[in-house]
Design a protein around this ligand. Structure first.
Ligand SMILES: [Zn+2]
Length: 471
């Protein structure tokens, strides 16, 4: 979706850091999806039904995304896909003709926004083999599964940061046209970098080596409707090329998202005005050095960061602590058996996969780096790298959110990092990210209290996108 580009708002966080603990290995999973239907015997809107007239979500506790106190016994009215009122049973009348859905016992929240997904991947352990088997079936097979899984898990908007633009723009079109279920998509298309690492990656990793090529490429992507530019390995690029990419993107109204793995990569990105960094680093430095932290503090009113801390720990959890996770049928949702079996066998020996060797040096640094980033005051957003090995699209976003709570972020702020702040970065705050009059009715409802236990989001009870119930 294209949204008008206006200057990014200022968000500053005054967060404090608490002690960090690793994820709870006791977080086991049920074999069956949670029961979803409750109450309202007469006019219950079942999943998959389009509702005409007014839809009313009545009774639950609402967190509207603005961060204020929860609304108890809340009422949300929806018409023509948008929210028309948010209030309580005391002050908001439900029209007699409305279709009522009880949310008693549930927390009602804005649909989640995952700021870093890869829809061309479904959790397979071997990128090259995945490409050999499925590169030519992205639109007919792979991406629709990713889209469906994300939406099912409450992700009503997602940012895809690396794909063949033909394929990702097509899946975005299919979703917008209502041809397949999926989140509202914001997409980067290709990674812009010095050169693809492997030949087979050329359709989605574009080598950029001159300023002219940089300008033409960014202009071409902008014309095609790309929402953001994805830049990586900018420390290995000629700085004139980096400047040309960022300047052209900004002139076209597109933000630039860049990898922040290496310190020099961050420094170069900051020098040229990157808007949003991703990850906390493949490097094994004990933490961010003071010069980088000082630069981040200076930019903290406009700079966003998507730290994607959960994948390493999810891979380790799956490899060493609870391999049974791979036998849970739920991640196979929507997959033909042959595809799911291929993914399952690719993960049979996770601890022997080449990238696993990085874990012992990286995992102990995660909490420190996350704390340093928070302390600079940059705005942190939830993103998961969903799709990379062991990160299944219907099981990624809640894990990142639960981990942030364990890393000391207050639960309400974690929820805002998956709703309001991404909406603001995406310049879509008038449409998504909060529950308020005029916004799309992108809403999730979950039994229990995510403010007390974020892991309840593993089993969301209801998902609405644009007022249509999809779960
Ligand atoms: Zn990624």
């Amino acid at each position: 979706m294209r949204i008008d580009r206006t200057p990014i708002g200022i968000v500053s966080l005054a967060l404090t850091l608490a002690a960090c603990t690793p994820p709870d290995p006791a977080a086991t999973r049920d074999a069956q999806p949670a029961e979803t239907v409750t109450a309202a015997p007469a006019e219950q809107a079942a999943p998959g039904t389009a509702t005409s007239g007014v839809l009313a979500l009545v009774g639950g506790r609402t967190l509207d995304g603005f961060g204020g106190p929860p609304l108890e016994n809340s009422v949300i009215l929806i018409e023509d896909g948008r929210i028309t009122a948010v209030g309580t049973e005391d002050n908001t009348e439900v029209p007699a003709s409305a279709t009522r859905i009880s949310t008693d016992g549930m927390t009602v929240m804005p649909g989640l926004i995952d700021m870093h997904v890869h829809m061309m991947l479904l959790g397979h352990g071997d990128y090259r083999r995945w490409d050999e088997l499925y590169a030519d079936r992205m639109n007919e097979l792979v991406m629709p599964i990713a889209a469906d899984q994300l939406l099912w898990s409450g992700v009503t908007s997602a940012r895809d940061l690396g794909a063949n633009p033909d394929e990702i723009l097509e899946v975005r079109r299919q979703i917008e046209a209502g041809e397949i279920p999926g989140p509202r998509l914001f997409v980067s298309g290709p990674f812009l970098q010095v050169a693809p690492y492997e030949d087979y990656e050329a359709p989605y990793r574009w080598g950029i080596t001159s300023e002219l090529q940089a300008r033409q490429t960014v202009q071409q992507l902008a014309r095609r409707g790309i929402d953001t530019i994805k830049l990586i390995d900018q420390d290995q690029m000629d700085e004139g090329v980096v400047a040309a990419i960022v300047e052209t993107a900004h002139a076209e109204g597109l933000p630039v998202v860049a990898h922040g793995h290496r310190m020099e990569e961050i420094r170069v990105g900051l020098r040229h005005g990157v808007d949003n960094f991703e990850h906390t680093g493949l490097g094994t430095a004990p933490g961010y050095p003071e010069d980088v932290l000082e630069l981040l503090r200076e930019r903290n009113s406009s700079l966003y960061w998507t730290p994607t801390v959960s994948p390493l720990l999810t891979m380790q959890y799956t490899g060493e602590i609870f391999p049974e996770r791979l036998d849970d049928p739920r991640w196979r949702q929507g997959m033909p058996d042959a595809l799911a079996d291929e993914i399952r066998s690719s993960l049979a020996r996770i601890t022997q996969l080449p990238y696993y060797a990085l874990f012992p040096s990286r995992i102990p640094k995660l909490a420190t780096k996350f704390a340093q980033l928070r302390d600079t005051g940059v705005t942190l957003m939830i993103g998961t790298d969903s799709g990379i090995p062991t990160m299944f699209h219907n099981d990624s976003t809640w894990r990142e959110m639960a981990l942030w709570v364990e890393l000391g972020v207050p639960a309400m702020q974690v929820i805002q990092a998956a709703t309001l702040w991404p909406a603001r970065f995406l310049r879509a705050e008038g449409d998504i990210g909060v529950l308020a009059e005029g916004r799309y009715a992108d809403i999730i409802a979950v039994r229990g209290d995510p403010l007390a236990d974020m892991r309840v989001l593993e089993n969301i009870d209801m998902v609405f996108k644009g007022g249509a119930r999809v779960r």
